[in-house]
Design a protein around this ligand. Structure first.
Ligand code: GAL
Length: 348
């Protein structure tokens, strides 16, 4: 399969080639690299019609390999944290790689964000990437076959995640794009407005591990049901925000998991670019780049600091494998995992 919309993007230390795909849809273009299956750019028109790249990314593979912020990447086998870096399933204990204090984060040391995906299908507006995660990788049971389909349609990016395992395992896949709707590299996102379709969130301890509660957002700064400026309450004295250094929490998306439904919306005042997120997943992590500083220079020499971008990561709730009250991230042998998240762009 040789097409005009795929080009070399470097090579891994073992020589494995990494490629970049460019996709075009109506009013939107994207670049996806096979390293981590990462979205490297996503360009939509601002209110004057000027093409604006709204995601953070890097110019070289080396920069992607050096950074540890999961920029643009597909995250798996299990997004977010697993407390104590272990879980038990069917009466057996599975120790995982511990990479975040005492906990496991975003699939471990060499998660799906650090592996090279294979391009299985390619069209002008669509790419199907595939990854096989062997039994035991990072400690997880079962050989997991994953397919991620990126599709550009009318000013939208749809990400369809499919997976199947040959043994019972845990699976929660997300994309870790950092958005800046003013344009990547153009300062922080504190003036953006954010809205989340969630009556409940999952309060967490100082290590960002959920307590297991589903707490009403009502009467707290976690109430984002009406649009709120990201900067308005981020520095307040609400313990959840203090402990995480800003927003870095999971909200329980209203409505029925499994059904594609609105999860959130963000908009930038200067460009007028608005983004709506829809998902079939139970939860969404709203993360304001609290630990973003310290990466290499971004695209075109952009400087990325804390709050230079925000992420909206659709997922099972963090540490769900330890909380019987949360929707279960367990994927049974032979069962099909299928979830979709759509990022839809427009003008405010
Ligand atoms: C987010 C997570 C943050 C941080 C970040 C990576 O998904 O919620 O706590 O770990 O990834 O730097």
């Amino acid at each position: 399969m040789r097409q005009s919309n795929i080009r070399p993007f470097g090579a891994m230390p073992d020589g494995a080639p990494v490629e970049e795909i460019t996709l075009a849809g109506a009013g939107i273009t994207a670049a996806i690299i096979t390293y981590g299956g990462a979205v490297r750019s996503l360009t939509v028109p601002d209110r004057t019609g000027a093409p604006t790249d709204v995601v953070l990314g890097f110019d070289t593979l080396e920069d992607y390999r050096v950074q540890d912020k999961y920029i643009g990447a597909i995250v798996g086998r299990c997004a977010n944290r697993i407390a104590g870096g272990r879980f038990s399933l069917n009466g057996r204990e599975y120790p995982l790689f511990v990479n975040n204090g005492p906990n496991h984060l975003h699939g471990g040391q060499v998660g799906f964000d650090r592996q090279v995906w294979t391009v299985e299908e390619l069209r002008e507006n669509e790419a199907v990437l595939r990854l096989v995660s062997p039994d035991g990788q990072e400690g997880y049971p079962g050989r997991l076959e994953v397919r991620v389909t990126y599709t550009l349609e009318e000013k939208s990016l749809s990400i369809f995640y499919e997976a199947r395992s040959d043994a019972d395992t845990v699976c929660s896949l997300t994309n870790h794009s950092y958005f800046n709707l003013s344009g990547q590299g153009r300062g922080d996102v504190l003036d953006h407005r954010i809205q989340l379709c969630a009556q409940y969130y999952t309060p967490a301890d100082r290590q960002s591990i959920p307590t297991g509660q589903l707490a009403p957002v009502e009467g707290t700064p976690m109430d984002l049901r009406q649009p709120v400026q990201i900067g308005a309450r981020i520095g307040g004295d609400f313990p959840q925000l203090l402990w995480a250094g800003g927003y870095d929490h999971n909200w329980a998306v209203d409505g029925q998991p499994g059904q594609l439904r609105p999860a959130g919306r963000a908009a930038a005042p200067d460009t007028g670019i608005a983004m709506e997120v829809e998902t079939t997943m139970p939860g969404i992590q709203f993360y304001t780049g609290n630990f973003l500083a310290g990466c290499p220079a971004g695209k075109g020499g952009a400087r990325y600091e804390n709050r230079s971008g925000f992420a909206l990561e659709t997922q099972f709730y963090p540490d769900a494998v330890h909380h019987p009250g949360f929707p279960s991230p367990v994927l049974r042998a032979g069962e099909r995992y299928a979830h979709r998240t759509v990022y839809r762009f427009g003008l405010d």
